[in-house]
Ligand binder design. Structure first.
Ligand SMILES: [Zn+2]
Length: 79
């Protein structure tokens, strides 16, 4: 819907399902391809809809349409 037509160069937008893991979540988020690609290189990165942040995960990027978090905390051993 609307103005999806900025085809030139700056970078395309990818739409993915929110990765918060809640079974009831049906959010689709749109984010720049470069952000998506970078997150794929980091297995601990999760791409979430705003407001779907997980407790204990620190937000690396936060904007109107998506949030990038690192779930590292969960995997790190407790001292
Ligand atoms: Zn979600």
């Amino acid at each position: 819907m609307g103005e999806g037509d900025q085809s030139a160069g700056v970078g395309s937008v990818v739409e993915i399902a929110c990765e918060c893991g809640r079974s009831a979540c049906a959010e689709v988020i749109a984010l720049p391809w470069c952000v998506y690609e970078e997150a794929q290189k980091e297995p601990r990165r999760l791409l979430l809809a705003p407001g779907h942040e997980l407790p204990g995960a620190s937000a690396l990027v936060r904007c109107d349409s998506f949030v990038v978090v690192s779930s590292e905390e969960r995997l790190r051993r407790r001292i």
